[in-house]
Write a new protein. Structure first.
Length: 409
């Protein structure tokens, strides 16, 4: 075993540390490391968890990528998807694509004796991914769609249900208007109620049979207004988006889920900034405390440094000894910080004890993403950066004269 590592371990586990100033200093150093780890783990895991949860909710409701006709522009009434250059089969067999579903949308007004609500009726067909949508259901079920006839069952949001005092199996009249034509009335049955916690979705969207939309917008039986493309891994959207664009034709356009709602995209972007700021602050606090620990240990063991120099130890060996000594002191703080931090995160992940206001945060509970690689990287990163930060302060050792140090003793 090399001398610096051997000697640092000897003094780190020496009983002399239990009855002097270094005991308090070591405790402070370990406490700062533990707090740094706890705050960093919570910040990163909840920040990444929030980003992932919001993206998944947006994507799982309306497709990770949506394909629409350029004629639709920003209108919620979809135009017929242009078939020229559109290759739906190639999109479906793309390796990262899980499912593809067609849809068409039209705006309308739901009303009853209690109130009214402006809605966007999203019509889906027999290729509707009901299993993916099931996670949003709070009551009832999704309508059975086989592509034939007209199914009057609809799924409305919890927000719309509360505004109109509706529950499962209730009937509701919906009015659709067309330019220069009389209003079109439809009587729907509420078969399910959903909640995504995304205000822009919950305030407007109703899911039902695409054949109603086709008839209202004078579409042919096989025409659709757009495609919802769902990926196996939502993290692959940015890489796969250009590939999907190759199959949609030049008269259609593709849009990522987060791009539909710029305000949510901006909100998601804030997580990266906040994570970076908090991690930097905690790292700075840890480094300052660890440097303080090193300097006090050097001052306290001045006579030992003088003795080591007298016995022939070089400044480099002594510096390495004290750097190793300080890093060994950090290890219990790292372990305690990880145990406490992970304990809190696991508790939140499986109990959801801490709630949020979805109107402000787009999620109703604090989401947690326990990525083992990130957890390990935080601990290893703090240890490595702290070790590097200790190099310059350790040069104080070279200023200590062996003669004066021993004489002082």
């Amino acid at each position: 075993m090399k001398f610096p590592l051997y000697f640092s371990r000897k003094i780190a586990f020496s009983k002399d540390n239990k009855n002097n100033l270094s005991r308090v200093i070591i405790f402070i150093g370990r406490l700062s490391v533990a707090l740094g780890i706890i705050v960093s783990l919570i910040t990163v895991s909840t920040g990444l968890g929030s980003k992932k949860a919001i993206k998944e909710r947006l994507g799982d409701f309306s497709g990770h990528i949506t394909v629409r006709s350029t004629k639709s522009n920003s209108s919620y009434n979809t135009s017929v998807l242009d078939n020229q250059g559109l290759n739906i089969k190639s999109i479906k067999v793309f390796p990262d694509v899980a499912t593809v579903q067609g849809y068409a949308m039209v705006t309308g007004i739901m009303r009853n004796e209690h109130s009214f609500a402006g809605i966007i009726f999203k019509g889906v067909g027999k290729d509707f991914d009901s299993l993916r949508f099931k996670k949003f259901l709070t009551a009832g079920k999704t309508p059975f769609l086989n592509g034939e006839g007209y199914n009057n069952g609809v799924v409305i949001s919890e927000k719309i249900a509360n505004d109109l005092h509706l529950k499962v199996n209730d009937s509701i009249v919906t009015v659709f208007s067309k330019a220069d034509q009389k209003p079109i009335y439809r009587n729907f049955e509420v078969v399910g109620i959903y909640k995504t916690d995304i205000k822009m979705i919950d305030d407007q969207f109703v899911v039902g049979d695409i054949n109603h939309v086709r008839r209202i917008l004078d579409m042919k039986p096989d025409e659709i207004g757009g495609l919802d493309v769902f990926f196996k891994n939502i993290n692959n959207i940015d890489e796969d988006f250009p590939q999907i664009e190759k199959f949609i034709g030049y008269k259609n356009y593709a849009e990522k889920a987060t791009d539909k709602y710029p305000q949510i995209n901006d909100w998601i972007g804030l997580f990266d900034t906040n994570i970076g700021i908090i991690i930097s602050i905690m790292l700075l606090v840890v480094i300052i405390n660890i440097i303080m620990v090193l300097l006090i240990l050097i001052i306290e063991r001045t006579n030992s440094i003088g003795l080591l120099k007298t016995l022939g130890a070089t400044n480099g060996q002594i510096r390495a000894t004290f750097i190793n000594y300080t890093l060994i002191i950090m290890v219990p703080g790292l372990l305690c910080g990880n145990l406490i931090g992970l304990g809190l995160l696991i508790t939140q992940k499986y109990t959801g004890i801490i709630k949020l206001n979805p109107a402000n945060y787009y999620v109703s509970v604090v989401p947690v993403d326990l990525n083992p690689w990130i957890i390990i990287s935080i601990s290893v990163g703090i240890l490595i950066i702290s070790g590097m930060a200790l190099v310059i302060p350790s040069y104080l050792i070279s200023k200590i004269s062996p003669v004066k140090a021993i004489k002082y003793n």
